[in-house]
Design a binder for this molecule. Structure first.
Ligand SMILES: O=C(O)CCC(=O)C(=O)O
Ligand SMILES: [Fe+2]
Length: 368
C-alpha cells in the first residue's frame, strides 16, 4: 500500500498566529478561517448533548485489583463504542497537571519574536505554528507548540523554550508519568481484547523506543465562534492520544454514529482517545474517534495533547525516523466473523499527512 495514488498538494500555513490576529483593530474574522459546515444539523455546534460518562479508573486496571475484570470489560466497551474515555486515578498529581498547563501558558505569553524562534516549517510539524492545510482549505483557530518528547535522545532542543526556567523539567516529568500511564493502558487494552499484554507496546518498538510528541494547543477567543473551529474534524494518526483539557473552558467534541457530543471537563482526568493506528491493529474493534474543537467567544482555551507513535529505526523523508514501520491488524483478531478490515501498511504517518491537510481521513485509504 502506498499513498502515491493521492494527487500532490500545495501546503499552506497562516501568515500570522491567531493570537496576533485578534490584536488587530478589525474584529472581523478573516475569510480564510470561516469553516464551511458540511450539513445543516451542524449549524449550531453549541446546543448539543454531552457524551456518556466514560470514566475509567486506572488503579482498577492492574492485576492486583479485585475489580480488574469488570473495569477491563468496561474499557473494551467504551473504546469500541466511543473510542475515548476519561481516565481517573492515573497517579499524576493535580500540581503536576497545573504545572504543565502553566509552562504552556508561559510560552504563549512570550513576545511574538521570541516564540517565532521556535517556528515550524512547511515540511516538519515540530515547532511553533498552526497545522498546514492544503491550498484553499480553511485554517484552524489554533496556535500550537509541537515537540518531540520521547525517546529522550530524539528531542530537538532548538525548538524548546529552554530559557523558561520550569519548562524542560516539567515537561520531562510529565512525559515520564505519561509513559507509565501509556504502558498501563496499552497493557490493559490488550488484556481486554484477550491478547498478550505486551503486544501493543512491542508493536510500537517497546517502552524505551516509542515515539511521543506533545503539543500545547492555544485557542484564543473568537468574535464569531459559530463559523470557525479551533480544530476541524479529524482523527489522530497516533496509536493513542493522552489529552489534558483546559481546567475551565470546554470545547472538545466527539462524533459517534454521525452525531456530535460535547466532552465534559472531569477535574484532573486525562482524556484518552484511540488513534488510527490502534484501530488498524485491533482490526476495527477499537474506534479511532473523530473529534473537533469549538471556540469560546470570551475565553481562551488551552490543552496539552500527547500522541504516541510506533518507533522505527529507519530515517527516510520529511518525517525522519517515523518512516518504514509496518503495522497491520493482529492475526488473533481476524476470523470468519471478523475478516481482515485493513491492509498492512508501511509508514502510516506519511499516508496520514497526505489526507489530514485536505480535511480527509487517511484510514479510509487502508480499508479493505
Ligand atoms: O484541544 C483539544 O481538546 C483537542 C486537541 C486535539 O484534538 C489534537 O491536538 O489533536
Ligand atoms: Fe486530535
Amino acid at each position: 500500500m502506498s499513498a502515491s495514488s493521492v494527487p500532490p498538494m500545495n501546503l499552506e500555513l497562516p501568515s500570522k498566529p491567531v493570537q496576533e490576529l485578534i490584536k488587530s483593530a478589525d474584529k472581523e474574522v478573516p475569510e480564510r478561517y470561516i469553516y464551511q459546515l458540511p450539513n445543516r444539523s451542524d449549524d449550531n455546534h453549541f446546543e448539543i448533548e454531552y457524551m456518556d460518562s466514560s470514566v475509567i479508573d486506572l488503579s482498577l486496571l492492574s492485576a492486583s485489583s479485585s475489580s480488574q475484570h469488570e473495569e477491563l470489560r468496561k474499557l473494551r466497551s467504551v473504546l469500541s463504542s466511543w473510542g475515548c474515555l476519561q481516565l481517573i486515578n492515573h497517579g499524576l498529581s493535580s500540581s503536576l497537571l497545573d504545572q504543565i498547563r502553566q509552562v504552556g501558558k508561559e510560552f504563549f505569553d512570550l513576545p511574538l519574536e521570541v516564540k517565532q524562534k521556535h517556528s515550524r516549517t512547511l515540511d516538519s510539524f515540530e515547532g511553533y505554528g498552526d497545522d498546514t492545510v492544503s491550498e484553499g482549505q480553511s485554517y484552524n483557530w489554533n496556535d500550537r507548540l509541537h515537540l518531540k518528547v520521547h525517546p529522550l535522545d530524539h528531542r530537538n532542543f532548538r525548538l524548546w523554550p529552554e530559557y523558561l526556567p520550569n519548562f524542560r523539567g516539567t515537561l520531562e516529568e510529565y512525559t515520564m508519568e505519561l509513559r507509565r500511564v501509556l504502558k498501563t493502558i496499552l497493557e490493559a487494552i490488550a488484556k481486554s481484547l484477550e491478547l498478550d499484554e505486551n503486544i501493543f507496546l512491542r508493536e510500537c518498538g517497546g517502552e524505551e523506543s516509542i515515539n511521543m510528541f506533545t503539543r500545547f494547543n492555544y485557542y484564543p477567543p473568537c468574535s464569531d465562534p459559530s463559523h470557525v473551529l479551533g480544530l476541524k474534524p479529524h482523527s489522530d494518526g497516533s496509536v493513542i492520544t493522552i489529552l489534558l483539557q483546559d481546567k475551565q473552558v470546554e470545547g472538545l467534541q466527539v462524533e459517534k454514529d454521525k452525531q456530535w457530543f460535547k466532552v465534559p471537563i472531569v477535574p484532573d482526568a486525562l482524556f484518552i482517545n484511540i488513534g488510527d493506528q490502534l484501530e488498524i491493529m485491533s482490526n476495527g474493534i477499537l474506534k479511532s474517534v473523530v473529534h473537533k474543537v469549538v471556540i469560546d467567544k470570551e475565553n481562551k482555551r488551552t490543552s496539552v495533547a500527547t500522541v504516541s507513535i510506533p518507533h522505527s529505526d529507519k530515517e527516510i523523508g520529511p518525517f525522519g525516523e517515523l518512516i518504514d514501520k509496518e503495522i497491520g491488524p493482529f492475526g488473533e483478531l481476524i476470523d470468519k466473523e471478523r475478516p481482515q478490515m485493513y491492509k498492512r501498511i508501511k509508514n502510516y504517518l506519511s499516508v496520514f499527512f497526505q489526507y489530514y491537510p485536505r480535511g480527509e481521513r487517511a484510514i479510509t485509504a487502508v480499508k479493505i
